[in-house]
Design a protein. Structure first.
Lengths: 341, 316, 296
C-alpha cells in the first residue's frame, strides 16, 4: 500500500536549446510518487520520459537545458530540486535518488573493474574501510544474483554479458540504499528471457527494501507487470495516468487505447495493429491536441484547442486524462493487467 | 594474461621492420648520382684514394655481397667508417647520442605537462575563454617552423631577458635541464598542438559517455568524477596519438639542435651532409629509425598496461 | 555555468529560444574560418605571384651603401639585410619557392598516395600486404631525417627537395586511403555497384573515391603546412634552396647570425611562414567543420 508522497513533480518543463530551435522535450508534466510505490511511465521514444527522469536526477546537460517547474523531494524539505546547487544534489544522489540506464554496456566505465566502480558507489555516502567496502560490494553482487561475486569483482565490463551488467548496475544503484530508484528502460537492450529475470529482480528488491520506483518503458507489458500506477506520455505531455487497473482496464485516451491494441495478447491470432503516422516535432509544436493527427477519433476542435488534464475519478485515485471526449471514448474493461504479461 | 598475447607477434614484426630499415638505409647510399668516391673526395681525388674508399664502402663487390658486408658489420656494431672524423662511425655517433636522448625525453615530459592540463581544461569548458585562447595559440604554433620558434624564444629569453643560455648542453644534470629548457620547450610546443586537440576531443567524448552519468548518479563529487572517469578515459584515448607524434617529432630535434648549437645526433647529421660523410649519415638515419621503432613498441606496451581492453575480442 | 532554471513557462521559452539562436549564430561563425583561410591563402598567392608589381627591387640586388636598415625605413618597408637587399622583395619572391612546395609537393603525393592506397585497399590480398608493409617501413623513419638523408645523397637544391618529398610523403595518404577503402568496400553502394557489373576501376574511382576523398583532402591541408615548414627547415639547414636565391628558410638561417643587431632578418620571414601555415590550417579546420555539419 503506497504511503506518503515521496516525490512530487509539478508542471515540469525541460526545453533544450539546440541550433535547430527549442526542443520542448518535457512540456508540463506533473506526477507524484509515493513511498513504496512503483510508477510506470510509458510512451514511444522521444515522448520525454527519459528527459523527465534525467531532469529529476539533474543529469541533463546544463549547456542546453532550460527548465521550469518544481521537483519536490519531500524528505528533503519542500525545497525545489530543480536549480538546486550541485552540492545539494550530490548529497541526495545515491543515498536518496538513484537511476539505472538503458544500455548497460555503455553505462559502465570500460577501463575500470566492476569491483572498483561498485566500491566507489558503496563509499560515496558511507565511511568504510577498504575491507568493509569490498565486503559490502560483494554482498550487493550476490544479492542481485551474480554468481561467484568475489571473483567477478576483479573483472571488467567487457567480460560480462548484458544481463549480468544490468544486475551490476542495479547493485551500484542500490549501494547507498536509495529511497527512489528511476529505471530508464532497464530491459530494452536485453533479450526476452533476461528481461523477465531483471524485472523480477527489480520487483523483489522493491518489495524487500520498500523503496519507490519509477519504471520507464515503451512496452506496456513490461510496465503493467510490476507497477502500481501508470503514467502515459506523448510528445512531452502526460496524456493519461491512473492506477494500473484503471489505465489498462479502462483506458480513456485514444493513445493509450492504441498502445494497448498494439500489444500482442492472450490467445487468438488477430492482426498486429501499429499506430499509423509518427509523433510530432517537439520544436514546432502543433496547435491543439498533439495526438490529433494520428487519432482515429479526432474532430475539428481537437486540432485547435489543447486540452488540460482532466480528473476522471474522485480525488485520491488520481486518474487523469488529456482528452475532452474521454467519457464517450473511455472503453469498458477490455483487458486485465495480467493479460499483457 | 592474454592482454599481452600480441607481444610475441609484435616483436617478430619489429625484427622485420628493423631488417627493412637496414635495407632502406643501405640503399640510401646507392642514391648518390655518379661516383660516391668522387663526391667524398672532391678536389682531393686521386685514384688510389678512390680505390681505398671503394673498398671501405664495399663498392667493389656485387650488390648482394655489399649488403652482406653491410649487415655483417652492423651485427658487430660497426656502422662504417667516418671519413670526416677519421674514426669508426659508431664511436662518432655514440659521442653525440646523449644530448639528443636527453632532449627527446625532456620534450616529451614538457609536452605532457603543458598539453594535458590545457587539453583537459579546454574540453571541460568548451567555447570558454580558455578553449578559444588555446585553439588560437596552437593554430599559430602549429604553423610555426620549429627553428623559427626557437629563434624567437632565444630572442626573448636569452637575448633580452638573459634568462636562459643561447646554446650548448651545459654541465651536469641540472646544467642540462637549464640549458635544454628552451630547445625542449620549442619541440614540446610543436608537439603539443596535436596533443591538446586530441585530449580536448577525448575529454568531450568522455563527458558525453553514459558511464559519467552513472558515476554522477552515485553521488560522488564532481571532482572525483572528472578525475576517475573523464580524465582517465580521455588520457587513454590520447596515448596512441602521443606515441605516434613523439616518433614524428624526433625529426624535429634535428632542426632545433641546429638552432641551439647542441652537440647531438641532429647536428651530426646535418654536418655530415655538408661534409659528405656518407657512412655517418647512414648510421645516424639508422639509429633514428631504430629509436622510433622502440618508441612505437613502448607506446603499444604502455597502452596495453593501462587499457584492459587491448588484445580482447570485444563484440556482441 | 548559466542558470537553466526559470520561474515561469513563458520566461522559460524566451530564455531557451535566445540560447538556441545563439547556437545558430556560432554555427555560422565556423564558416568564417574557411573563408578567412581561403582569403589569407589568396593574399599570399597573389602577393608572391605579383611580386614584380608590388616592389621595384630585385631580391638579389645588392646595395652596399644601405645594409641592415630596420623596417619602416624610407624606401624599405621591411628593411634590408646584410647585403643591402630589400627584405620585402626577398620575402615576396622567396614565397614562390615555399608556395610551390606547398602545392607542388603536396598535390603529387596526394594523388600518388591516394591511388596506391585505393588500390591496396580494394585489391587486398598480397598486393595490399606488400604495399602496407612498405608504408610501415617508411613510417619507421623520422620524416625529416629521411628527407635529409635523401637530399644528402642527391645533392642539395630545390628540385631534389621535391624529389625527396615525393619519395616519402605519399605513405601518409596511402595509409589513410587504404583504411578508408577497406571500410568502403563493405558498404552498400559498393556491393551494389559490383553487383551491377561495374568494372574494378570504375568502382574504385567513380564510387569509392568520391566518398572517401574528404579524409585525404583534410589531411592534405595539414600536410601542406608540414611541407612548407619542411621546405623552410631544409632551407634553414642549407639543404634546400641555395644562396643567393631568396627562400624563407634560408633567410631565417642567415638572419640568425644577426639576431642581436638586426632582429627583423630572422623574424619577418618566419611570420610569412606562419601566415601561410595558418591559412592552410584554417582551411583545413573550416573544411572539417563543413563536413561534420554536412553529416548531421
Amino acid at each position: 500500500m503506497p504511503g506518503a508522497a515521496l516525490l512530487t513533480v509539478r508542471d515540469l518543463r525541460s526545453y533544450l536549446a539546440t541550433s535547430h530551435g527549442v526542443v520542448r522535450a518535457v512540456d508540463g508534466v506533473s506526477l507524484t510518487v509515493h513511498e513504496a510505490e512503483v510508477v510506470g511511465i510509458v510512451g514511444e521514444s522521444g515522448c520525454g520520459k527519459t528527459v523527465t527522469c534525467r531532469t529529476i536526477m539533474g543529469l541533463m546537460p546544463t549547456r542546453t537545458l532550460h527548465a521550469s517547474g518544481e521537483i519536490i523531494y519531500h524528505p528533503h524539505g519542500e525545497r525545489n530540486l530543480l536549480g538546486a546547487p550541485r552540492r545539494e544534489m550530490q548529497a541526495l544522489r545515491g543515498s536518496h535518488l538513484a537511476m539505472i540506464f538503458q544500455d548497460p554496456m555503455t553505462a559502465l566505465n570500460p577501463v575500470r573493474t566492476i569491483g572498483d566502480q561498485l566500491v566507489e558507489a558503496v563509499t560515496a555516502h558511507a565511511r568504510l574501510t577498504p575491507r568493509e567496502a569490498r565486503a559490502r560490494a560483494v554482498g550487493l553482487l550476490e544479492r542481485v544474483g551474480i554468481p561467484a561475486p568475489a571473483q567477478r569483482m576483479r573483472d571488467y565490463p567487457f567480460q560480462f554479458s548484458g544481463g549480468m551488467l544490468q544486475r551490476a548496475l542495479i547493485a551500484i544503484a542500490l549501494a547507498s540504499s536509495p529511497r527512489l530508484l528511476l529505471a530508464d528502460e532497464p530491459t530494452t537492450s536485453l533479450d526476452v528471457i533476461i528481461q523477465d529475470q531483471i524485472l523480477g529482480l527489480l520487483a523483489e528488491l522493491q518489495r524487500e527494501t520498500g523503496m519507490s520506483m519509477i519504471l520507464v518503458s515503451h512496452d506496456l507489458a513490461v510496465v503493467s507487470g510490476i507497477c502500481d500506477r501508470i503514467v502515459v506520455m506523448y510528445a512531452g505531455q502526460v496524456v493519461e495516468q491512473g492506477t494500473t487497473e484503471d489505465v489498462i482496464g479502462r483506458p480513456s485516451h485514444p493513445y493509450t487505447q492504441a498502445l494497448l491494441d498494439a500489444v500482442p495478447h492472450g490467445e487468438g491470432r488477430g492482426e498486429l495493429r501499429s499506430i499509423p503516422g509518427s509523433p510530432p516535432s517537439l520544436i514546432d509544436v502543433p496547435d491543439g491536441c498533439r495526438f490529433s493527427p494520428r487519432c482515429p477519433h479526432a474532430l475539428g476542435e481537437c486540432r485547435t484547442w489543447e486540452t488540460e488534464l482532466i480528473e476522471t475519478s474522485g480525488p485520491g485515485r488520481g486518474a487523469r486524462v488529456r482528452c475532452w471526449r474521454y467519457r464517450e471514448l473511455g472503453k469498458e474493461r477490455r483487458w486485465h493487467a495480467h493479460d499483457l504479461a | 594474461m592474454s592482454r599481452f598475447g600480441w607481444l610475441p607477434r609484435r616483436l617478430l614484426h619489429l625484427v622485420i621492420v628493423v631488417f627493412g630499415i637496414t635495407l632502406v638505409t643501405f640503399f640510401l647510399l646507392r642514391l648518390i648520382p655518379g661516383d660516391p668516391a668522387l663526391a667524398i673526395l672532391g678536389s682531393s681525388y686521386t685514384h688510389t684514394r678512390a680505390v681505398a674508399i671503394d673498398r671501405t664502402l664495399g663498392l667493389d663487390r656485387p650488390i648482394w655481397s655489399q649488403y652482406g658486408l653491410f649487415m655483417d658489420r652492423l651485427l658487430h656494431g660497426n656502422l662504417g667508417f667516418s671519413f670526416f672524423y677519421d674514426e669508426p662511425a659508431t664511436r662518432v655517433i655514440l659521442a653525440h647520442v646523449a644530448p639528443t636522448l636527453f632532449l627527446v625525453v625532456y620534450s616529451a615530459v614538457l609536452a605532457a605537462l603543458v598539453s594535458f592540463p590545457l587539453g583537459f581544461a579546454a574540453g571541460l569548458r568548451r567555447s570558454g575563454a580558455l578553449d578559444q585562447a588555446t585553439r588560437v595559440f596552437f593554430t599559430l604554433s602549429f604553423a610555426m617552423p620549429g627553428f623559427w620558434l626557437g629563434i624567437i624564444l632565444i630572442l626573448i629569453f636569452s637575448v633580452h631577458l638573459s634568462a636562459f643560455p643561447i646554446s650548448g648542453f651545459g654541465n651536469g644534470f641540472g646544467g642540462h635541464l637549464y640549458s635544454l629548457f628552451l630547445p625542449a620547450l620549442t619541440i614540446a610546443l610543436g608537439f603539443s598542438t596535436v596533443l591538446v586537440r586530441s585530449l580536448r576531443a577525448a575529454t568531450i567524448a568522455a563527458l558525453q559517455a553514459e558511464f559519467v552519468d552513472t558515476a554522477v548518479m552515485k553521488g560522488i563529487s564532481w571532482r572525483m568524477v572528472l578525475w576517475r572517469h573523464v580524465f582517465r578515459n580521455a588520457v587513454l584515448a590520447v596515448i596512441a596519438v602521443y606515441g605516434v607524434n613523439l616518433a614524428y617529432l624526433i625529426g624535429g630535434t634535428v632542426v632545433v639542435e641546429n638552432v641551439f648549437s647542441l652537440p647531438g645526433l641532429g647536428t651530426l647529421l646535418v654536418n655530415s651532409v655538408s661534409d659528405r660523410d656518407y657512412p655517418v649519415v647512414q648510421g645516424v638515419t639508422l639509429l633514428f629509425a631504430v629509436l622510433i621503432v622502440v618508441i612505437n613498441l613502448l607506446t603499444d606496451i604502455g597502452q596495453a598496461v593501462l587499457d584492459p581492453r587491448v588484445g580482447q575480442e570485444i563484440g556482441t | 555555468m548559466s542558470t537553466t532554471w526559470a520561474t515561469s513557462p513563458s520566461e522559460l521559452l524566451l530564455r531557451a529560444a535566445a540560447r538556441s539562436a545563439g547556437r545558430r549564430r556560432s554555427l555560422l561563425r565556423r564558416r568564417i574560418t574557411l573563408i578567412c583561410g581561403l582569403a589569407m591563402l589568396a593574399v599570399a598567392i597573389l602577393a608572391c605571384t605579383l611580386a614584380p608589381l608590388l616592389t621595384r627591387y630585385s631580391p638579389t640586388a645588392i646595395d652596399p651603401a644601405g645594409i641592415l636598415k630596420p623596417p619602416l625605413s624610407p624606401h624599405h618597408l621591411l628593411g634590408t639585410d646584410q647585403y643591402g637587399r630589400d627584405v620585402l622583395a626577398r620575402i615576396l619572391y622567396g614565397g614562390r619557392i615555399d608556395l610551390a612546395i606547398a602545392f607542388g609537393a603536396t598535390s603529387v603525393t596526394l594523388v600518388g598516395g591516394t591511388v596506391i592506397g585505393l588500390a591496396a585497399g580494394y585489391i587486398g590480398g598480397r598486393v595490399d600486404s606488400f604495399l602496407m608493409r612498405l608504408v610501415d617501413l617508411f613510417f619507421a623513419f623520422p620524416f625529416l631525417v629521411l628527407i635529409i638523408a635523401i637530399v644528402a645523397m642527391l645533392g642539395p637544391g630545390v628540385f631534389n627537395m621535391f624529389v625527396a618529398i615525393w619519395m616519402t610523403s605519399w605513405v601518409s595518404y596511402a595509409r589513410i586511403m587504404r583504411a578508408q577503402t577497406v571500410v568502403a568496400k563493405k558498404q552498400q553502394y559498393v556491393i551494389a555497384a559490383r553487383a551491377l557489373g561495374y568494372g574494378r576501376l570504375r568502382v574504385m574511382f567513380r564510387h569509392i573515391l568520391p566518398n572517401t576523398a574528404p579524409a585525404v583532402l583534410l589531411f592534405s591541408m595539414v600536410d601542406a603546412v608540414g611541407n612548407i615548414i619542411l621546405a623552410a627547415s631544409l632551407g634553414f639547414l642549407g639543404l634546400g634552396a641555395q644562396a643567393p636565391a631568396p627562400e624563407w628558410g634560408t633567410m631565417i638561417s642567415d638572419g640568425q647570425n644577426y639576431i642581436l643587431s638586426a632582429w627583423w632578418l630572422a623574424t619577418l620571414p618566419g611570420l610569412a611562414v606562419v601566415f601561410v601555415g595558418v591559412a592552410f590550417s584554417l582551411i583545413g579546420d573550416g573544411l572539417a567543420d563543413l563536413l561534420r555539419a554536412g553529416e548531421r
